[in-house]
Write a protein that binds this ligand. Structure first.
Ligand code: FES
Length: 172
């Protein structure tokens, strides 16, 4: 049967073990909370809208629809090639442009422009859009998303980007 001194040693050891575990847990939380918050921050705050330069007005021919690439404003430092995105840009007048999202409003596949047919075609499930972005056929529930376009001084065309999730959700 253990004497009193031995019981004291055991309970002191148990107490120190618990304190040690509590301090380890606290240290782990202090270190990991900022790391987890940093990693989740892009998911918690929606990326900002931003105007992106697409080039000079004179670079685009009247009535033509072309794909114009630019850097995603919300891209992360390690995003690499995925930081590039694009819009379909159509010049409809001397100083008028329309920009469409690349992604089909059905399930988000990138649509292709067929200049000869004047149609956007989605390769995934056969969605078809007219040149003004409205649905011509297939499963897409809504027209292609439109982005705001402006022409600033020096005749540069700019597009107001928005996060991909909003782009796919469209006007829903
Ligand atoms: S994703 Fe385009 S038709 Fe389904």
């Amino acid at each position: 049967m253990p004497d009193e001194a031995e019981e004291d040693v055991v309970s002191r050891r148990r107490f120190l073990n618990r304190v040690s575990l509590a301090l380890s847990g606290l240290a782990g939380a202090v270190v990991s909370v900022p790391i987890v918050a940093y990693l989740l921050s892009p998911l918690l705050q929606p990326p900002p809208e931003d105007w992106r330069d697409l080039g000079l007005v004179e670079n685009f021919r009247m009535g033509e629809t072309v794909e114009v690439a630019f850097d995603e404003p919300s891209s992360l430092p390690w995003a690499g090639q995925t930081a590039r995105t694009a819009v379909w840009l159509r010049r409809t007048g001397e100083r008028d442009f329309v920009a469409f999202g690349l992604n089909c409003t059905h399930l988000g596949c990138p649509v292709n422009w067929r200049a000869g047919a004047e149609l956007f075609l989605c390769p995934c499930h056969g969605g078809v859009y007219y040149s003004d972005g409205t649905v011509a056929g297939g499963p897409p529930p809504r027209p292609l998303v439109r982005y705001s376009v402006r022409i600033i001084e020096n005749d540069r065309v700019q597009v107001l980007t928005r996060p991909l999730t909003q782009t796919i959700a469209g006007a829903a």
